[in-house]
Design a protein around this ligand. Structure first.
Ligand code: ADP
Ligand code: MG
Length: 345
């Protein structure tokens, strides 16, 4: 008898979920990214018990068509790419079509959505992905609500790895902060166990942006930072944002936000370039604080490196490294102790 068989879709999704869904924070990341990809301008997030009991995200995005509701929960189902070539220029945050399938396989999920001109909303509920998703009419304004309850209720081994409610919430809040820093034009609200934790209105002007950075990173950061605004004429690469004064250095690398074309990343090239720029103004063991935005031609970065997409690969990493190093070095140069003039803050 043959010993090789195909995995059931449910089991395949649960295995894939191991890659994408590690904890409540990863669910929130995927859901918020989907909402942003759908053009949402306002995101309301309610979580209970650190997100383990409930994660509910309501957006005012484009919504999902009735006939696509069940499909959205299937593996490799995406509206974002059609051809391999599309990956080259992908601008959306998601594109693998795995998140909803994975999340629905390890939770009790309800998806409710309404498109702009639809007569009413439609809803589909799944429980640990029992594949028989039934679509029924529902009441909902334009947009989508994803409700994820009882994460890992059917995968006790994974549930065991969850930490305390407080720790899980901190991770989840960090995801919200990153996205809030990446999309100043979008309103965010985060509630935990009924209490409002963050309420961020859209920030358009520079003072409004700084207010948002202050409310996400703490007012001390923005008070003790320098703004960066550098464009390289030849390559068109730009670096903007805020870097902490050397005196605002941290004992941990916990206030370092770096965005490449709007996407928060962690990258050795970037970290090295920033650290080098601070090398002679920071004490050993101290870490710089920064919120920085690098913009460059999408063809010069590969975002398809890892499923959680925290990593990128720069086509010209030397050029990117040197640009970041020189830009920051120059801004810090103005406040170096040996510099001629120290600008007032
Ligand atoms: P991906 O984001 O990689 O395409 P997902 O599993 O996260 O895959 O989502 C599957 C599809 O469901 C998306 O391509 C999108 O068409 C649709 N979708 C998911 N969430 C939303 C949302 N909040 N608003 C509109 N459409 C959504
Ligand atoms: Mg997605």
């Amino acid at each position: 008898m043959s010993r090789i068989h195909l995995l059931s879709p449910r089991l395949a999704n649960q295995i894939a979920a191991g890659e994408v869904v590690e904890r409540p924070a990863s669910v929130v990341k995927e859901l918020l990214e989907n909402s942003l990809d759908a053009g949402a301008t306002s995101l309301e997030l309610d979580v209970e018990q650190g997100g383990v009991k409930l994660i509910r995200i309501r957006d005012d995005g484009d919504g999902i068509e009735k006939d696509d509701l069940a499909l959205a929960l299937s593996r490799h189902a995406t509206s974002k790419i059609l051809e391999l070539e599309d990956l080259e220029a992908v601008c959306s945050l998601g594109f693998r079509g795995e998140a909803l399938a994975s999340i629905s396989s390890v939770s009790r999920l309800t998806l409710t959505s309404r498109q702009k001109d639809a007569a009413n909303a439609w809803q589909v509920t799944t429980e640990g992905r029992d594949m028989q998703a039934e679509v029924s009419p529902a009441a909902h304004p334009k947009g989508t609500t994803l409700e994820v309850r009882d994460l890992f209720f059917n995968t006790p081994a994974r549930r065991k790895f969850l930490r305390t409610e407080n720790t899980e919430f901190k991770h989840l809040e960090e995801v919200v902060k990153r996205l809030a820093l990446s999309r100043f034009d979008v309103a965010f609200q985060l509630r935990h166990n009924g209490r409002v934790i963050h309420q961020l209105r859209p920030a358009r002007s520079q003072p409004e942006r700084e207010r948002r950075v202050a409310s996400v990173c703490g007012p001390q950061f923005i008070q003790q930072s320098l703004s960066v605004d550098v464009v390289a004429e030849s390559s068109g690469i730009s670096l903007r944002g805020w870097i902490g004064l050397p005196t605002f250095s941290r004992s941990q690398a916990d206030l370092q936000y770096f965005f490449v074309n709007g996407r928060m990343i962690r990258d050795k090239v970037v970290t090295h370039a920033v650290r080098q720029a601070y090398a002679d103004v920071l004490y050993h063991g101290r870490h710089p604080a920064y919120v920085l935005y690098l913009e460059l031609d999408p063809a010069l970065v590969d975002v398809n490196v890892h499923p959680t997409k925290h990593e990128v690969r720069f086509r010209e990493s030397r050029l990117v490294h040197d640009f970041i190093y020189r830009s920051i070095h120059r801004v810090i140069g103005d406040v170096r102790p040996d510099a001629e003039s120290v600008p007032a803050l």
